[in-house]
Design a protein. Structure first.
Length: 311
């Protein structure tokens, strides 16, 4: 399975012919699916835009996987912003996280809201799958009243991780009940404790589990590039072991983003080597990833080498 990661693509300025051209390009390159972000902002302001994206992708022969983004501050995705819903329901925020709020997973109000959010999304659009992008604050212990009521005391980090895994298992099961046959993928970060990732990998409705990572130095603008995140190869053995133990198939997201032009050759060498040595069951690569200095050059690297994955 080869998918293209597209964050915040044409949610506000929407040019249908350009969307259709992009999707034809993806299909022609060998991609089977496109992953599109859907945040609380899209639920309010971009409903028709997303409907158009799904329609045009299907017409190009692509599956459409949705990336539920930044919901309750509990997932990554795009745009990089705090949760609208928590701003309106601050009583559901885990105390101590106010600078970047995250929702209390023991709060029935939050759980009901996110289940309803996902049900609306899956009912209104003919989606083929979900990519759960980087669970956030997995080990943040809560002293929210709902947590104290449930446990009789403040959580430990270990209990927070188990609670997150239970929350995500129930959410994934709810999505499967709304739309049977969804292809569900979860990826975490290398920095997440193995105590959490081993448990999360076992979530029943998941088909794919893995990690993201990069293959080149990165920078945000004119500063010198540096290795800002771990390399994707460094989590391969962990991915294989956790998937084998959980009965899941492997996933990897190559973060080919934030590259100055000087890092493009480095990315090409490392991407080619990665594809020579690793073959995740589901590989995702950014399509014209955000904030690359030479987007065409980076995308051309992907085009040149992706055949190694496709065989």
């Amino acid at each position: 399975m080869l998918s293209a990661y597209c964050l915040s693509y044409m949610h506000w300025t929407v040019v249908p012919r350009q969307l259709a051209e992009s999707y034809r390009d993806l299909a022609g390159t060998g991609f089977e699916a496109v992953c599109i972000s859907f945040s609380e902002s899209e639920m309010q302001y971009s409903r028709r835009a997303v409907e158009l994206q799904v329609k045009l992708a299907h017409e190009a022969g692509l599956k459409v996987f949705v990336i539920p983004s930044r919901l309750g501050g509990r997932f990554a995705g795009s745009p990089w912003m705090p949760s609208w819903w928590l701003a309106r329901h601050p009583e559901c925020t885990v105390p101590g996280t106010e600078s970047w709020p995250v929702a209390c997973l023991e709060s029935a109000e939050f759980v009901d809201w996110i289940h309803s959010f996902m049900e609306t999304m899956l009912t209104d659009y003919p989606l083929d799958g979900i990519v759960w992008d980087e669970p956030k604050s997995v080990a943040t212990a809560s002293r929210h009243p709902a947590t104290l009521e449930r446990l009789g005391r403040e959580q430990t980090p270990a209990e927070a991780m188990s609670g997150y895994a239970r929350f995500l298992a129930a959410l994934a099961a709810h999505c499967e009940s709304v739309s049977p046959g969804l292809v569900q993928t979860l990826f975490c970060q290398k920095t997440d404790p193995e105590e959490f990732t081993r448990e999360a990998a076992k979530i029943g409705p998941l088909e794919f589990f893995g990690y993201d990572g990069n293959l080149s130095r990165q920078s945000f603008f004119h500063e010198a590039p540096e290795w800002r995140k771990y390399r994707i190869e460094s989590v391969w053995e962990r991915t294989v072991a956790e998937c084998a133990a959980a009965g899941k198939r492997t996933f990897a997201l190559v973060e080919n983003m934030l590259m100055p032009a000087e890092a493009t050759d480095e990315f090409e060498r490392n991407f080619a080597a990665y594809l020579d040595e690793h073959h995740p069951d589901h590989l995702s690569v950014y399509y014209y990833a955000h904030n690359n200095e030479d987007p065409e050059a980076v995308q051309e690297v992907v085009r040149r080498h992706i055949g190694k994955y496709l065989g």
